[in-house]
Write a protein that binds this ligand. Structure first.
Ligand code: NCD
Length: 310
């Protein structure tokens, strides 16, 4: 495995499977009453969040703590970044503190890549602009595997604001590596120009794709990144690309519904669908902790996972 996890493309099939298998093992351990493992004792993980986050930040913090690492949480608000300190100077400060891993979320695509050139520890991309979010793709793959078994030949449909979604790009790359067949469904205005070179199919007709899908992954409409009108009205968007009860009825019995969160309930997904038995949305959050534990454990080369009583 490479030293950093910046793109889902950094992962070979063997790397990805190793992370998922390790996460399975860690999930078994997490079922025990004492969740904490001594594996990363004495190691320091810095969470460097320049963009808002609930799930991802808490999830990385919980993952590092369960492995007994020392965790430093840094958010741009209230730090010297608001005084204009550059990413490079922030990185040098972290370096001086001896961070073994830096988990970074940043509004600029490519920021984790630059950071990797300035620090000695491992860099984990927790979302950079509209570029990538590899641990989200890993936790999604982990969730799919738990519900559906092997991903080989599985059909995954990713629907919505692909243009602004780092989750979509990382998922397409990782799922292709794992042998799944991905179809993106979005209005043409919400697809990146480069999508032709992605390892997936594209469709504009959600109703036609649903009956063949094993997984439907809904994406949030990212209004904060929209500087123009990408669709006529919210109602129109919902009508054509939203997942409501009638659309869910087109899925086969085992098919699952996913969303990385945060959701716009009533927009890309109806509340009753989000809360239904097919929905894995809450599981995704729980699986995020074990998957990130696996990533930190493997990147930092932690000691034995320990305990025969798995
Ligand atoms: C996603 C993100 O931040 O890229 N959320 C997440 O990490 N759970 C998706 C989004 O913001 O819509």
């Amino acid at each position: 495995m490479k030293r950093h996890l910046i793109s889902a493309a950094d992962l070979s099939r063997d790397d990805a499977l190793l992370i998922l298998d390790t996460a399975d093992e860690l999930a078994r351990i997490s079922d025990r009453s004492i969740k904490k493992l001594p594996t990363l004792r004495g190691r320091t993980v810095v969470n460097l969040f320049f963009e808002d986050s609930t799930r991802t930040r808490i999830s990385f913090e919980a993952a590092a703590k369960r492995l007994s690492a020392d965790v430093i949480n840094f958010s741009a608000k209230g730090s010297s970044v608001s005084k204009g300190e550059s990413l490079k100077d922030t990185a040098l400060t972290l370096e001086a503190m001896g961070a073994d891993a830096v988990v970074i979320r940043h509004g600029a695509s490519g920021a984790p890549y630059r950071l990797a050139g300035w620090v000695r520890g491992s860099v984990v991309n927790a979302g950079d602009g509209t570029h990538e979010h590899p641990t989200q793709a890993l936790l999604d793959a982990f969730t799919m595997r738990r519900r559906l078994g092997s991903l080989e030949g599985r059909r995954v449909t990713v629907v919505g604001d692909v243009l602004h979604s780092r989750v979509a790009r990382s998922n397409v790359l990782l799922l292709a590596t794992l042998g799944a067949e991905v179809t993106l469904v979005a209005p043409p205005t919400l697809l990146p120009v480069s999508v032709d070179s992605w390892p997936c199919e594209v469709s504009y007709d959600l109703d036609a794709v649903l009956p063949k899908s094993d997984v439907v992954m809904m994406l949030r409409v990212q209004r904060e990144r929209m500087n123009a009108a990408f669709f006529p009205t919210e109602r129109e968007y919902s009508r054509r690309y939203g997942l409501d009860r009638d659309r869910v009825a087109k899925l086969h019995d085992e098919a699952i519904v996913m969303h990385p969160g945060p959701m716009n309930r009533g927009m890309e997904i109806a509340a009753e669908v989000a809360d239904s038995a097919r929905s894995t949305i809450v599981e995704q959050v729980a699986n995020g902790v074990t998957t990130r534990m696996a990533v930190l454990y493997l990147l930092l080369g932690g000691a034995d996972l320990g305990g025969e009583d798995k």
